[in-house]
Design a protein around this ligand. Sequence first.
Ligand code: FA5
Length: 347
Amino acid sequence: MKNKLEQIKNQAFTDLHDLMNKKTSLNLEENLRTLRIKYLGRKGELSQILRNLKDLSVTEKKELGALANSIKKDLEAVFKEKEDEILGGNSKDYDLSLPGKEIKTGHLHPLTLIQRDLEDIFKSLGFSILEGPELESDYYNFEALNISKHHPARDMQDTFYVNWEKNKKDEKLVMRTHTSPVQVRAMQTYGAPLKAIVPGKVFRNEAIDASHEHTFYQLEGLMIDKDISITNMIALMKELLKGIFKKEVPVRIRPGFFPFVEPGIELDISCQLCGGEGCSVCKQSGWLELFPAGMVHPKVLEAGGIDSKKYSGFAFGLGLTRLVMMKYHINDIRLFNSGDLRFLEQF
Ligand code: FA5
């Protein structure tokens, strides 16, 4: 038995030596594991001998038990040494109590942050949040808004025509140029009274500069009820700006023309980038066009199936991307779609 134990030990050392010297071995790690199982595994010869010790006399048990255990210890040590050699030798240096590497998580885009703030403000005022298709029919984008086929107002919003693709109703499709088409869609679905906002992406075939993009965000607002006046509208617009900027922002109101409102206004805010001094974003004027609005045109109410003699309402089309520029003092609109992490990681 003693010889047998010595033989096992010698054979294990020889096999291990041969394996480690076989430089060509592709599966060194796996072969080492197989060898370990052969000599130290539960079904290995050494384990069997250790299991059978109980059948021996007390003296033999003592002598052979000590030898078998010492061989087992030696083999365990040498296998561990070889494993460390193969795996880079630092397995014993792991400190599992150390904190792990921080996994970088994403965060919300500045546009989403402001959009959520606005949604909270409007929800607290009882407005619903709606959405509409980005690929819109020519009818909803223009005609339902009182912009007929050859109306010059179409030039104000040059769009991307989708190969004059048509929908099921045989209508031409365009990338929507504003969120206003959802006005008529909402009226048709919910009727009056109605209080809703529509945040969303819009597209224009536009010459790009510091304050103009081809793809940007707007937030449409619509309130229809009995006895709604322009005073309600201006009060709401000011309330909204106060909620976002957390201070009174100087505004100016001037007449504006949009075929879907009557009367129409433009609310500009004092440029928050230059403090009204003039810069490339406000085109040296000190004011930024942000918030066009007006009383919904009777023809639009009728297109939405609402009796214009009974109901009136206002609508506005906030330039959401520009509002975010003003809030965070971003001096170039092109940064929003750039995907530049140096920009995005600041929020
Ligand atoms: C409209 O789009 C109208 N639908 C707004 C409206 C709604 C009027 C309801 C009346 C009633 P306008 O083309 O001016 O209007 O665009 C609205 C706002 O979007 C502008 O004030 C501006 O802040 C922003 N905007 C317009 N063009 C661009 C652009 N190319 N890049 C970034 N923001 C833009």
